[in-house]
Design a binder for this molecule. Structure first.
Ligand code: SF4
Length: 258
């Protein structure tokens, strides 16, 4: 077990673990791969903190990461036994959180999936995914999506203080698209300022998904900032309609999922 203090984040407890399996059935896509347990981005509203119930972690969300050091070795075996279908990378961690720079587990798993022609949907908040463009470009069915929750980076700093700036995410989407990779933006959860996102995203994504805040972990933060109105269904609906209209104007497919 190692303890590290990142340049931006809280003190981090890192454990290297051997996972028992890696290619897991998912409700969103047929399979999901999570190379890490825990997430350094520590978003205030993150639903994935429910994981702590099952993993026995007592530390605050964002202050621990278990690194599944055998993820790629397991995946190499599991894909020979399972039926080929789309794999989501990842569901309950960011596959490109800062530790991925050192461990390269996401990169090695992608290489295996792409070498074997498995369809992949990558979802992240980090431009570190650009490191793997060389692999991603070799895939037959690859999509890379960024979670982009607001156009206002001051709001991002409050709700997602340890995740990369919005402008960096948008720029990364543009670079991926220019590289010939299909891209999408997941505007979820809708944070204050999300209504202005299409000005930034037009031309950089093939499609958009929009969802409202479905969990309550950040309710106290909204109250503290006197932003309760931005948590209402009325605000979410107005933002979604605004984004849908902007998408129509820009000729981009938009799906509102609430
Ligand atoms: S990047 Fe995703 S998994 Fe990580 S803390 Fe934020 S919402 Fe949770």
């Amino acid at each position: 077990m190692a303890e590290d203090t990142g340049p931006e984040g809280p003190a981090l407890i890192i454990r290297e673990i051997e996972a028992k399996s890696i290619l897991t059935a998912s409700k969103i896509y047929p399979y999901v791969i999570n190379p890490y347990v825990g997430c350094q981005h520590a978003c205030s509203y993150c639903y994935a903190r429910y994981m702590k119930k099952f993993t026995g972690h007592r530390e605050p969300w964002g202050s621990f990461v278990d690194v599944k050091v055998n993820a790629d070795a397991l995946l190499g075996k599991e894909i020979t036994r399972k039926k080929k279908a789309t794999v989501w990378v990842s569901g309950v961690c960011d596959p490109y959180q800062p530790l991925e720079e050192k461990y390269q587990l996401t990169r090695r798993c992608l290489q295996i999936l792409i070498d074997n022609d498995w369809p992949v949907v990558v979802q992240t908040r980090s431009p570190l995914v650009l490191r793997d463009i060389d692999i991603l470009r070799g895939g037959k069915s690859i999509e890379v999506g960024f979670s982009v929750t607001t156009a206002d980076d001051d709001i991002r700093k409050v709700f997602e203080p340890h995740a990369p700036p919005i402008a960096d995410r948008v720029e990364a989407l543009g670079e991926l698209k220019r590289s010939g990779i299909r891209t999408y933006a997941m505007i979820a959860p809708i944070l204050p300022g999300a209504e202005n996102l299409m000005e930034m995203l037009a031309g950089k994504v093939d499609y958009i998904l929009v969802d409202r805040m479905n969990y309550h972990y950040a309710d106290a933060l909204y109250r503290k900032l006197h932003l309760e109105e931005k948590l209402t269904e009325g605000y979410a609906t107005w933002v979604a309609q605004q984004i849908a209209a902007d998408c129509k104007h820009a000729g981009i497919s938009c799906t509102i999922v609430f």
